[in-house]
Design a protein around this ligand. Structure first.
Ligand code: NAD
Length: 535
Protein backbone atom coordinates (compact mmCIF):
# COMPACT_ATOMS: atom_id res chain seq x y z
CA UNK A 1 0.00 0.00 0.00
CA UNK A 2 1.20 3.51 -0.66
CA UNK A 3 0.13 6.93 0.56
CA UNK A 4 -1.98 9.31 -1.49
CA UNK A 5 -0.42 11.06 -4.44
CA UNK A 6 0.15 14.44 -2.72
CA UNK A 7 2.95 13.04 -0.60
CA UNK A 8 4.24 9.87 -2.18
CA UNK A 9 7.56 9.55 -3.93
CA UNK A 10 8.36 6.78 -6.32
CA UNK A 11 10.50 4.22 -4.56
CA UNK A 12 13.62 3.23 -6.41
CA UNK A 13 15.22 -0.19 -6.14
CA UNK A 14 18.48 1.08 -4.64
CA UNK A 15 18.58 2.00 -0.97
CA UNK A 16 20.39 5.04 0.34
CA UNK A 17 23.22 4.25 2.70
CA UNK A 18 22.49 5.59 6.16
CA UNK A 19 25.16 7.09 8.43
CA UNK A 20 26.95 4.56 10.66
CA UNK A 21 25.29 5.88 13.84
CA UNK A 22 21.81 5.12 12.43
CA UNK A 23 21.36 1.34 12.66
CA UNK A 24 18.25 -0.57 11.59
CA UNK A 25 17.32 -0.84 15.26
CA UNK A 26 17.80 2.92 15.55
CA UNK A 27 15.48 3.57 12.61
CA UNK A 28 12.87 1.23 14.09
CA UNK A 29 13.11 3.02 17.41
CA UNK A 30 12.42 6.34 15.69
CA UNK A 31 9.50 4.90 13.72
CA UNK A 32 8.02 3.46 16.93
CA UNK A 33 7.53 7.06 18.10
CA UNK A 34 4.84 7.67 15.44
CA UNK A 35 1.38 7.63 17.02
CA UNK A 36 -0.51 4.97 15.09
CA UNK A 37 -2.28 2.59 17.47
CA UNK A 38 -4.49 1.19 14.68
CA UNK A 39 -1.34 0.15 12.76
CA UNK A 40 -3.45 0.45 9.63
CA UNK A 41 -2.07 3.52 7.88
CA UNK A 42 -0.48 3.59 4.45
CA UNK A 43 3.28 3.66 3.88
CA UNK A 44 5.23 6.69 2.64
CA UNK A 45 8.31 5.92 0.56
CA UNK A 46 10.62 8.94 0.78
CA UNK A 47 13.68 9.22 -1.42
CA UNK A 48 17.03 10.86 -0.79
CA UNK A 49 17.43 13.97 -2.97
CA UNK A 50 21.17 13.44 -3.42
CA UNK A 51 20.77 10.04 -5.11
CA UNK A 52 17.05 9.37 -5.65
CA UNK A 53 17.59 6.21 -3.61
CA UNK A 54 15.08 4.92 -1.10
CA UNK A 55 15.11 6.13 2.49
CA UNK A 56 13.40 4.05 5.21
CA UNK A 57 9.66 3.62 4.58
CA UNK A 58 7.52 5.65 6.96
CA UNK A 59 4.31 4.13 8.31
CA UNK A 60 1.49 6.65 8.60
CA UNK A 61 -1.30 7.39 11.02
CA UNK A 62 -4.98 7.14 10.12
CA UNK A 63 -7.56 9.84 10.85
CA UNK A 64 -8.68 7.71 13.84
CA UNK A 65 -5.08 7.59 15.09
CA UNK A 66 -4.99 11.38 14.98
CA UNK A 67 -8.19 11.64 17.03
CA UNK A 68 -6.64 9.19 19.51
CA UNK A 69 -3.41 11.23 19.57
CA UNK A 70 -5.32 14.39 20.46
CA UNK A 71 -7.34 12.59 23.16
CA UNK A 72 -4.10 11.21 24.65
CA UNK A 73 -2.53 14.65 24.42
CA UNK A 74 -5.54 16.20 26.17
CA UNK A 75 -5.06 13.87 29.15
CA UNK A 76 -1.33 14.65 29.23
CA UNK A 77 -2.04 18.39 29.12
CA UNK A 78 -3.80 18.32 32.49
CA UNK A 79 -0.60 17.02 34.14
CA UNK A 80 1.78 19.13 32.03
CA UNK A 81 -0.09 22.35 32.85
CA UNK A 82 0.47 21.66 36.56
CA UNK A 83 4.23 21.32 36.19
CA UNK A 84 5.97 24.47 37.50
CA UNK A 85 7.26 26.88 34.87
CA UNK A 86 10.82 26.55 36.20
CA UNK A 87 10.74 22.80 35.61
CA UNK A 88 9.45 23.28 32.05
CA UNK A 89 12.23 25.79 31.43
CA UNK A 90 14.85 23.35 32.74
CA UNK A 91 13.56 20.67 30.35
CA UNK A 92 13.97 23.11 27.45
CA UNK A 93 17.50 24.00 28.50
CA UNK A 94 18.44 20.30 28.77
CA UNK A 95 17.03 19.84 25.26
CA UNK A 96 19.12 22.82 24.14
CA UNK A 97 22.33 21.25 25.45
CA UNK A 98 21.56 17.81 24.02
CA UNK A 99 20.82 19.38 20.64
CA UNK A 100 24.11 21.26 20.57
CA UNK A 101 26.05 18.15 21.67
CA UNK A 102 24.34 15.69 19.33
CA UNK A 103 23.87 18.05 16.38
CA UNK A 104 25.75 15.94 13.87
CA UNK A 105 23.11 13.20 14.00
CA UNK A 106 20.20 15.47 13.13
CA UNK A 107 22.26 17.41 10.60
CA UNK A 108 22.90 14.10 8.83
CA UNK A 109 19.16 13.38 8.82
CA UNK A 110 18.23 16.84 7.52
CA UNK A 111 20.71 16.46 4.68
CA UNK A 112 19.62 12.92 3.88
CA UNK A 113 15.94 13.80 3.78
CA UNK A 114 16.11 17.27 2.30
CA UNK A 115 19.40 17.74 0.42
CA UNK A 116 20.49 21.15 1.70
CA UNK A 117 24.13 22.02 2.36
CA UNK A 118 25.55 21.11 5.78
CA UNK A 119 25.99 24.73 6.81
CA UNK A 120 22.34 25.44 5.99
CA UNK A 121 21.36 22.41 8.09
CA UNK A 122 23.52 23.66 10.97
CA UNK A 123 21.68 26.99 10.84
CA UNK A 124 18.59 25.07 11.97
CA UNK A 125 20.48 23.99 15.12
CA UNK A 126 21.42 27.61 15.76
CA UNK A 127 17.85 28.83 15.30
CA UNK A 128 16.24 26.11 17.46
CA UNK A 129 18.89 26.50 20.16
CA UNK A 130 18.20 30.24 20.29
CA UNK A 131 14.44 29.64 20.48
CA UNK A 132 14.81 27.07 23.27
CA UNK A 133 17.00 29.39 25.36
CA UNK A 134 14.80 32.37 24.66
CA UNK A 135 11.49 30.85 25.71
CA UNK A 136 13.07 28.93 28.61
CA UNK A 137 14.36 32.22 29.99
CA UNK A 138 11.67 34.69 28.92
CA UNK A 139 8.57 32.60 28.25
CA UNK A 140 6.89 33.06 31.62
CA UNK A 141 7.48 36.83 31.63
CA UNK A 142 5.59 37.06 28.33
CA UNK A 143 2.66 35.32 30.03
CA UNK A 144 2.67 37.27 33.28
CA UNK A 145 -0.64 38.32 34.80
CA UNK A 146 -1.49 41.89 33.85
CA UNK A 147 -3.13 44.05 36.51
CA UNK A 148 -5.35 46.73 34.95
CA UNK A 149 -7.66 49.46 36.24
CA UNK A 150 -11.22 48.32 36.88
CA UNK A 151 -14.51 49.97 36.07
CA UNK A 152 -14.64 51.39 39.60
CA UNK A 153 -11.00 52.14 40.43
CA UNK A 154 -10.19 50.88 43.90
CA UNK A 155 -13.38 48.85 44.11
CA UNK A 156 -12.97 46.70 41.02
CA UNK A 157 -9.72 44.73 40.89
CA UNK A 158 -9.00 43.39 37.42
CA UNK A 159 -6.41 40.90 36.26
CA UNK A 160 -5.81 39.60 32.77
CA UNK A 161 -4.40 36.09 33.01
CA UNK A 162 -3.16 33.73 30.32
CA UNK A 163 -4.71 30.28 30.00
CA UNK A 164 -3.19 27.57 27.82
CA UNK A 165 -5.28 26.73 24.74
CA UNK A 166 -5.09 23.00 25.49
CA UNK A 167 -3.85 20.81 22.64
CA UNK A 168 -1.99 22.67 19.88
CA UNK A 169 -1.69 21.09 16.43
CA UNK A 170 1.38 21.91 14.35
CA UNK A 171 1.71 21.26 10.63
CA UNK A 172 5.12 22.07 9.16
CA UNK A 173 6.83 21.76 5.76
CA UNK A 174 9.98 19.98 4.63
CA UNK A 175 12.23 22.97 3.92
CA UNK A 176 13.30 23.56 7.55
CA UNK A 177 12.29 20.25 9.13
CA UNK A 178 13.98 20.96 12.48
CA UNK A 179 13.42 24.71 12.85
CA UNK A 180 9.84 24.78 11.59
CA UNK A 181 9.10 21.33 13.02
CA UNK A 182 10.09 22.11 16.61
CA UNK A 183 10.50 25.91 16.80
CA UNK A 184 6.77 26.37 17.38
CA UNK A 185 6.50 23.34 19.69
CA UNK A 186 8.78 24.97 22.27
CA UNK A 187 6.67 28.06 23.09
CA UNK A 188 3.46 26.01 22.94
CA UNK A 189 4.83 23.65 25.62
CA UNK A 190 6.23 26.48 27.76
CA UNK A 191 2.75 28.06 27.73
CA UNK A 192 1.31 24.88 29.26
CA UNK A 193 -0.13 23.24 26.16
CA UNK A 194 0.62 19.80 24.86
CA UNK A 195 1.28 19.41 21.14
CA UNK A 196 0.41 17.01 18.33
CA UNK A 197 2.58 17.58 15.24
CA UNK A 198 2.08 16.28 11.74
CA UNK A 199 5.52 15.59 10.32
CA UNK A 200 6.06 16.45 6.69
CA UNK A 201 6.21 13.18 4.79
CA UNK A 202 9.60 13.92 3.25
CA UNK A 203 11.31 14.75 6.54
CA UNK A 204 9.66 12.61 9.24
CA UNK A 205 12.90 11.07 10.57
CA UNK A 206 14.25 14.50 11.51
CA UNK A 207 11.18 15.28 13.60
CA UNK A 208 11.11 11.81 15.21
CA UNK A 209 14.79 12.12 16.16
CA UNK A 210 13.96 15.44 17.81
CA UNK A 211 11.12 13.89 19.80
CA UNK A 212 13.52 11.20 21.05
CA UNK A 213 15.89 13.95 22.19
CA UNK A 214 13.08 15.75 24.01
CA UNK A 215 12.23 12.55 25.88
CA UNK A 216 15.89 12.23 26.86
CA UNK A 217 15.69 15.82 28.11
CA UNK A 218 12.82 14.81 30.40
CA UNK A 219 9.71 15.77 28.45
CA UNK A 220 6.81 13.35 29.14
CA UNK A 221 6.33 11.27 25.96
CA UNK A 222 2.69 12.31 25.53
CA UNK A 223 3.39 16.03 25.90
CA UNK A 224 4.52 16.04 22.25
CA UNK A 225 2.98 13.43 19.98
CA UNK A 226 3.92 13.00 16.32
CA UNK A 227 1.59 11.71 13.61
CA UNK A 228 2.53 11.12 9.99
CA UNK A 229 0.65 11.00 6.70
CA UNK A 230 -0.84 13.01 3.89
CA UNK A 231 -1.97 16.54 4.66
CA UNK A 232 -5.36 15.92 3.12
CA UNK A 233 -6.02 13.07 5.60
CA UNK A 234 -3.85 13.47 8.68
CA UNK A 235 -3.56 17.26 8.47
CA UNK A 236 -7.32 17.62 8.20
CA UNK A 237 -7.93 15.20 11.07
CA UNK A 238 -5.56 17.26 13.20
CA UNK A 239 -7.42 20.51 12.49
CA UNK A 240 -10.69 18.71 13.30
CA UNK A 241 -9.55 17.78 16.82
CA UNK A 242 -7.09 20.32 18.27
CA UNK A 243 -7.74 23.62 20.07
CA UNK A 244 -5.37 25.72 17.93
CA UNK A 245 -3.53 25.06 14.70
CA UNK A 246 -0.11 26.46 13.78
CA UNK A 247 0.48 25.93 10.07
CA UNK A 248 3.58 26.64 8.03
CA UNK A 249 3.46 25.98 4.30
CA UNK A 250 2.14 27.29 1.03
CA UNK A 251 -0.51 29.99 0.74
CA UNK A 252 -2.80 27.62 -1.19
CA UNK A 253 -2.80 25.05 1.63
CA UNK A 254 -2.91 27.80 4.25
CA UNK A 255 -6.26 28.98 2.88
CA UNK A 256 -7.69 25.47 3.24
CA UNK A 257 -6.33 25.16 6.77
CA UNK A 258 -7.81 28.55 7.73
CA UNK A 259 -11.21 27.65 6.28
CA UNK A 260 -11.31 24.35 8.17
CA UNK A 261 -10.16 25.97 11.41
CA UNK A 262 -12.80 28.67 10.86
CA UNK A 263 -15.54 26.03 10.66
CA UNK A 264 -14.56 24.90 14.14
CA UNK A 265 -13.90 28.43 15.41
CA UNK A 266 -10.42 27.51 16.60
CA UNK A 267 -7.55 29.94 16.24
CA UNK A 268 -4.92 29.48 13.57
CA UNK A 269 -1.54 30.99 12.85
CA UNK A 270 -0.47 30.75 9.22
CA UNK A 271 3.11 31.21 8.08
CA UNK A 272 2.89 31.14 4.29
CA UNK A 273 4.75 31.96 1.10
CA UNK A 274 6.54 35.05 -0.16
CA UNK A 275 8.07 36.77 -3.17
CA UNK A 276 10.55 38.77 -1.19
CA UNK A 277 12.10 41.96 -2.61
CA UNK A 278 15.52 43.44 -1.93
CA UNK A 279 15.98 47.15 -2.71
CA UNK A 280 19.41 48.61 -3.48
CA UNK A 281 19.29 52.39 -3.04
CA UNK A 282 21.69 54.63 -4.96
CA UNK A 283 23.76 55.28 -1.83
CA UNK A 284 24.21 51.61 -0.89
CA UNK A 285 27.56 49.93 -0.32
CA UNK A 286 27.38 47.97 -3.58
CA UNK A 287 29.89 45.26 -2.72
CA UNK A 288 28.15 44.55 0.61
CA UNK A 289 24.72 44.62 -1.06
CA UNK A 290 25.82 42.13 -3.72
CA UNK A 291 27.27 39.72 -1.16
CA UNK A 292 24.20 40.16 1.06
CA UNK A 293 21.81 39.57 -1.81
CA UNK A 294 23.58 36.33 -2.70
CA UNK A 295 23.32 35.11 0.90
CA UNK A 296 19.62 35.96 1.05
CA UNK A 297 18.71 34.58 -2.35
CA UNK A 298 20.49 31.22 -2.42
CA UNK A 299 20.42 30.16 1.25
CA UNK A 300 18.77 26.75 1.60
CA UNK A 301 19.06 26.48 -2.21
CA UNK A 302 16.38 29.17 -2.41
CA UNK A 303 13.89 26.99 -0.55
CA UNK A 304 13.40 29.43 2.28
CA UNK A 305 10.16 31.34 2.77
CA UNK A 306 12.04 34.59 3.43
CA UNK A 307 14.65 34.22 0.70
CA UNK A 308 15.09 36.97 -1.89
CA UNK A 309 13.48 36.40 -5.32
CA UNK A 310 13.44 39.99 -6.62
CA UNK A 311 16.29 42.52 -6.55
CA UNK A 312 15.32 46.13 -7.37
CA UNK A 313 18.35 48.31 -8.05
CA UNK A 314 18.48 52.07 -8.49
CA UNK A 315 19.47 52.90 -12.07
CA UNK A 316 22.45 54.99 -10.85
CA UNK A 317 24.16 51.86 -9.50
CA UNK A 318 22.47 49.14 -11.55
CA UNK A 319 25.40 48.21 -13.79
CA UNK A 320 27.89 48.23 -10.90
CA UNK A 321 25.60 46.09 -8.74
CA UNK A 322 24.77 43.69 -11.58
CA UNK A 323 28.45 43.00 -12.26
CA UNK A 324 29.25 42.43 -8.57
CA UNK A 325 26.13 40.32 -7.98
CA UNK A 326 26.55 38.04 -11.00
CA UNK A 327 30.21 37.50 -10.13
CA UNK A 328 29.34 36.58 -6.54
CA UNK A 329 26.64 34.17 -7.78
CA UNK A 330 29.09 32.52 -10.15
CA UNK A 331 31.53 32.05 -7.27
CA UNK A 332 28.99 29.92 -5.37
CA UNK A 333 29.91 26.28 -5.03
CA UNK A 334 26.95 23.92 -5.60
CA UNK A 335 27.69 20.50 -4.20
CA UNK A 336 26.21 17.40 -2.60
CA UNK A 337 28.34 16.88 0.47
CA UNK A 338 27.99 15.76 4.08
CA UNK A 339 30.92 18.07 4.93
CA UNK A 340 31.13 21.81 5.53
CA UNK A 341 32.75 22.38 2.16
CA UNK A 342 30.06 24.12 0.12
CA UNK A 343 27.50 26.86 0.49
CA UNK A 344 24.67 25.64 -1.72
CA UNK A 345 23.15 22.17 -1.76
CA UNK A 346 20.61 20.60 -4.05
CA UNK A 347 16.86 21.07 -4.42
CA UNK A 348 14.74 18.81 -2.23
CA UNK A 349 12.61 16.98 -4.78
CA UNK A 350 11.68 16.43 -8.40
CA UNK A 351 8.62 18.64 -7.79
CA UNK A 352 10.80 21.55 -6.65
CA UNK A 353 13.11 21.08 -9.61
CA UNK A 354 10.14 21.01 -11.98
CA UNK A 355 8.84 24.36 -10.65
CA UNK A 356 12.25 25.98 -10.99
CA UNK A 357 12.72 24.69 -14.55
CA UNK A 358 9.20 25.78 -15.49
CA UNK A 359 9.64 29.32 -14.12
CA UNK A 360 12.99 29.84 -15.85
CA UNK A 361 11.92 28.27 -19.16
CA UNK A 362 8.70 30.29 -19.20
CA UNK A 363 10.63 33.53 -18.53
CA UNK A 364 13.19 32.79 -21.23
CA UNK A 365 10.48 31.85 -23.75
CA UNK A 366 8.81 35.22 -23.08
CA UNK A 367 12.01 37.23 -23.53
CA UNK A 368 13.90 37.24 -20.21
CA UNK A 369 17.68 37.05 -20.32
CA UNK A 370 19.66 34.57 -18.20
CA UNK A 371 22.65 36.45 -16.75
CA UNK A 372 24.00 33.30 -15.12
CA UNK A 373 22.74 29.80 -14.35
CA UNK A 374 19.45 28.84 -15.94
CA UNK A 375 20.29 25.16 -16.15
CA UNK A 376 20.26 21.89 -14.28
CA UNK A 377 23.56 20.51 -12.97
CA UNK A 378 23.21 16.72 -13.52
CA UNK A 379 26.93 16.27 -12.93
CA UNK A 380 26.32 17.50 -9.34
CA UNK A 381 23.11 15.62 -8.58
CA UNK A 382 19.65 14.72 -9.90
CA UNK A 383 17.97 17.82 -8.41
CA UNK A 384 20.88 20.26 -8.58
CA UNK A 385 20.17 23.56 -10.34
CA UNK A 386 22.62 26.39 -10.99
CA UNK A 387 22.07 29.60 -9.00
CA UNK A 388 20.30 31.75 -11.55
CA UNK A 389 19.93 35.47 -12.24
CA UNK A 390 17.31 36.73 -14.71
CA UNK A 391 17.00 40.16 -16.27
CA UNK A 392 14.13 41.59 -18.32
CA UNK A 393 11.38 39.81 -16.37
CA UNK A 394 7.91 41.16 -17.21
CA UNK A 395 4.44 40.76 -15.64
CA UNK A 396 3.26 38.03 -18.04
CA UNK A 397 6.01 35.68 -16.85
CA UNK A 398 5.24 33.23 -14.02
CA UNK A 399 8.42 34.16 -12.22
CA UNK A 400 7.32 37.81 -11.96
CA UNK A 401 5.06 37.45 -8.91
CA UNK A 402 4.63 33.70 -8.28
CA UNK A 403 6.83 32.16 -5.60
CA UNK A 404 9.54 30.01 -7.25
CA UNK A 405 11.00 28.64 -4.00
CA UNK A 406 14.30 27.89 -5.66
CA UNK A 407 17.66 29.47 -6.57
CA UNK A 408 16.25 32.00 -9.06
CA UNK A 409 16.44 35.78 -8.73
CA UNK A 410 15.07 38.49 -11.04
CA UNK A 411 16.99 41.74 -11.36
CA UNK A 412 15.07 44.99 -12.01
CA UNK A 413 16.30 48.52 -12.77
CA UNK A 414 14.28 51.22 -10.94
CA UNK A 415 14.54 54.99 -11.18
CA UNK A 416 13.63 56.07 -7.65
CA UNK A 417 12.69 54.90 -4.17
CA UNK A 418 9.06 55.35 -5.19
CA UNK A 419 9.48 53.02 -8.19
CA UNK A 420 11.22 50.49 -5.98
CA UNK A 421 8.42 50.69 -3.44
CA UNK A 422 5.71 50.16 -6.02
CA UNK A 423 7.43 47.13 -7.51
CA UNK A 424 8.30 45.70 -4.08
CA UNK A 425 4.66 46.00 -2.96
CA UNK A 426 3.28 44.53 -6.20
CA UNK A 427 1.44 41.23 -5.80
CA UNK A 428 -0.28 39.83 -2.74
CA UNK A 429 2.58 38.48 -0.65
CA UNK A 430 4.16 40.42 2.21
CA UNK A 431 6.57 38.23 4.13
CA UNK A 432 10.10 39.66 4.19
CA UNK A 433 11.96 42.51 2.49
CA UNK A 434 15.39 44.07 2.48
CA UNK A 435 16.71 47.61 1.93
CA UNK A 436 20.37 48.45 1.36
CA UNK A 437 21.42 52.04 2.05
CA UNK A 438 24.03 54.01 3.98
CA UNK A 439 21.23 56.35 5.09
CA UNK A 440 19.58 54.33 7.85
CA UNK A 441 16.92 56.97 8.45
CA UNK A 442 15.79 56.96 4.83
CA UNK A 443 15.94 53.18 4.76
CA UNK A 444 13.66 53.02 7.81
CA UNK A 445 11.24 55.47 6.17
CA UNK A 446 11.13 53.17 3.15
CA UNK A 447 10.73 50.13 5.39
CA UNK A 448 7.55 51.55 6.97
CA UNK A 449 6.01 51.83 3.50
CA UNK A 450 6.77 48.24 2.53
CA UNK A 451 3.95 45.73 2.96
CA UNK A 452 6.11 43.14 4.66
CA UNK A 453 6.09 41.36 8.01
CA UNK A 454 9.86 41.92 8.35
CA UNK A 455 12.23 44.39 6.76
CA UNK A 456 16.00 43.95 7.00
CA UNK A 457 18.18 47.01 6.52
CA UNK A 458 21.67 46.20 5.20
CA UNK A 459 20.96 42.50 5.59
CA UNK A 460 18.80 40.36 3.37
CA UNK A 461 16.86 38.11 5.75
CA UNK A 462 18.76 36.71 8.72
CA UNK A 463 18.86 39.89 10.86
CA UNK A 464 15.10 39.87 11.46
CA UNK A 465 14.55 36.11 11.38
CA UNK A 466 17.43 35.49 13.77
CA UNK A 467 16.22 38.13 16.24
CA UNK A 468 14.09 35.69 18.19
CA UNK A 469 12.68 38.39 20.50
CA UNK A 470 10.91 40.03 17.53
CA UNK A 471 7.80 38.63 15.88
CA UNK A 472 8.09 37.01 12.48
CA UNK A 473 5.25 36.48 10.03
CA UNK A 474 3.50 37.78 6.99
CA UNK A 475 1.11 40.44 5.77
CA UNK A 476 -1.40 39.84 2.96
CA UNK A 477 -1.20 36.37 1.42
CA UNK A 478 1.90 35.58 3.47
CA UNK A 479 -0.12 34.71 6.51
CA UNK A 480 -1.71 35.49 9.83
CA UNK A 481 -0.08 35.69 13.24
CA UNK A 482 3.56 35.71 14.28
CA UNK A 483 6.16 33.27 15.54
CA UNK A 484 9.05 34.28 17.85
CA UNK A 485 8.94 36.89 20.65
CA UNK A 486 5.91 37.72 22.76
CA UNK A 487 3.33 37.03 20.04
CA UNK A 488 4.96 33.69 19.30
CA UNK A 489 3.96 32.37 22.73
CA UNK A 490 0.86 34.43 23.56
CA UNK A 491 -0.90 33.00 20.51
CA UNK A 492 -0.94 29.64 22.32
CA UNK A 493 -2.97 31.10 25.18
CA UNK A 494 -6.40 32.56 25.76
CA UNK A 495 -6.54 35.87 27.56
CA UNK A 496 -8.93 35.62 30.51
CA UNK A 497 -10.14 38.66 32.44
CA UNK A 498 -10.83 38.12 36.14
CA UNK A 499 -12.60 41.11 37.71
CA UNK A 500 -13.18 41.11 41.48
CA UNK A 501 -15.72 43.57 42.78
CA UNK A 502 -15.51 44.72 46.38
CA UNK A 503 -18.48 43.31 48.25
CA UNK A 504 -19.17 46.72 49.75
CA UNK A 505 -20.02 48.20 46.39
CA UNK A 506 -21.60 45.80 43.90
CA UNK A 507 -22.15 47.29 40.44
CA UNK A 508 -25.58 48.49 39.39
CA UNK A 509 -28.18 50.89 40.81
CA UNK A 510 -27.58 51.15 44.58
CA UNK A 511 -30.51 50.11 46.72
CA UNK A 512 -32.85 53.02 47.41
CA UNK A 513 -31.52 55.24 44.59
CA UNK A 514 -33.80 56.23 41.72
CA UNK A 515 -32.62 55.01 38.34
CA UNK A 516 -32.78 58.55 36.85
CA UNK A 517 -30.51 59.83 39.62
CA UNK A 518 -28.14 56.92 39.08
CA UNK A 519 -27.87 57.85 35.39
CA UNK A 520 -27.24 61.52 36.30
CA UNK A 521 -24.45 60.59 38.70
CA UNK A 522 -22.98 58.33 36.02
CA UNK A 523 -22.98 61.20 33.50
CA UNK A 524 -21.32 63.53 36.00
CA UNK A 525 -18.71 60.91 36.75
CA UNK A 526 -17.86 60.60 33.03
CA UNK A 527 -17.37 64.37 32.70
CA UNK A 528 -15.26 64.47 35.87
CA UNK A 529 -13.01 61.66 34.68
CA UNK A 530 -12.49 63.45 31.36
CA UNK A 531 -11.66 66.74 33.12
CA UNK A 532 -9.16 64.97 35.37
CA UNK A 533 -7.49 63.56 32.29
CA UNK A 534 -8.47 60.00 33.21
CA UNK A 535 -9.84 57.47 30.74
P1 NAD B 1 2.52 22.73 1.54
O1 NAD B 1 1.49 23.73 1.85
O2 NAD B 1 2.36 21.90 0.34
O3 NAD B 1 2.70 21.70 2.76
C1 NAD B 1 2.98 22.13 4.08
C2 NAD B 1 2.46 21.08 5.05
O4 NAD B 1 1.04 21.04 4.96
C3 NAD B 1 2.94 19.65 4.74
O5 NAD B 1 3.26 19.00 5.95
C4 NAD B 1 1.72 19.01 4.10
O6 NAD B 1 1.66 17.64 4.33
C5 NAD B 1 0.58 19.71 4.81
N1 NAD B 1 -0.68 19.73 4.06
C6 NAD B 1 -0.85 19.61 2.72
N2 NAD B 1 -2.18 19.68 2.42
C7 NAD B 1 -2.83 19.87 3.59
C8 NAD B 1 -4.20 20.03 3.94
N3 NAD B 1 -5.16 20.04 3.03
N4 NAD B 1 -4.51 20.22 5.24
C9 NAD B 1 -3.54 20.25 6.18
N5 NAD B 1 -2.24 20.09 5.91
C10 NAD B 1 -1.88 19.91 4.64
O7 NAD B 1 3.89 23.53 1.51
P2 NAD B 1 5.34 22.98 1.12
O8 NAD B 1 5.47 22.96 -0.35
O9 NAD B 1 5.61 21.73 1.87
O10 NAD B 1 6.26 24.13 1.74
C11 NAD B 1 6.73 25.20 1.01
C12 NAD B 1 5.87 26.43 1.25
O11 NAD B 1 5.92 26.77 2.63
C13 NAD B 1 6.37 27.64 0.49
O12 NAD B 1 5.28 28.33 -0.03
C14 NAD B 1 7.05 28.45 1.59
O13 NAD B 1 7.13 29.82 1.30
C15 NAD B 1 6.19 28.15 2.75
N6 NAD B 1 6.91 28.40 4.00
C16 NAD B 1 6.55 29.46 4.78
C17 NAD B 1 7.27 29.75 5.93
C18 NAD B 1 6.93 30.94 6.81
O14 NAD B 1 7.40 31.00 7.94
N7 NAD B 1 6.16 31.90 6.33
C19 NAD B 1 8.35 28.94 6.29
C20 NAD B 1 8.68 27.89 5.45
C21 NAD B 1 7.95 27.62 4.32
Amino acid sequence: MTATADETKTKTTATMQLPAWLTTAGVNELLSLIHRPAQAGLMIEPIAPYTEQALPSIPTSTAEDVADAVATSRKAQKAWAMIPAAHKAKTMLRFHDLLVDRQNEVIDLIQLEMGKSRVNAWQEILQVGNIARHYARKGTSYLETNKVRGVMPGLTKVREVRVAKGVVGIISPWNYPLYLGVGDVIPALIAGNTVVSKADSATALTLLWTKKLFIEAGLPADAWIIVTGAGSVVGNALIDNVDFICFTGSTATGRKVAARAGERLIGASLELGGKNPLIVRADADIEAAAVGAVAGAYANTGQMCIHIERVLVNAAVYDEFKAAFVKAVEDLDVKQSFDYDCEVGTLASADQLATVVRHVDDAVAKGAKVLTGGKRLPEVGPYAYAPTVLEGVTPEMEVYLDETFGPVVSLYRVNSDQDALELANAGNYGLSASVWSKDHTMARVLARKLRSGSVNINDSAAAAAGSIEAGMGGMGDSGLGRRHGAEGIRKYTESQTIATQSLKMPLGVPEGMEIAKFVKVGNLQMKLLKRLGLR
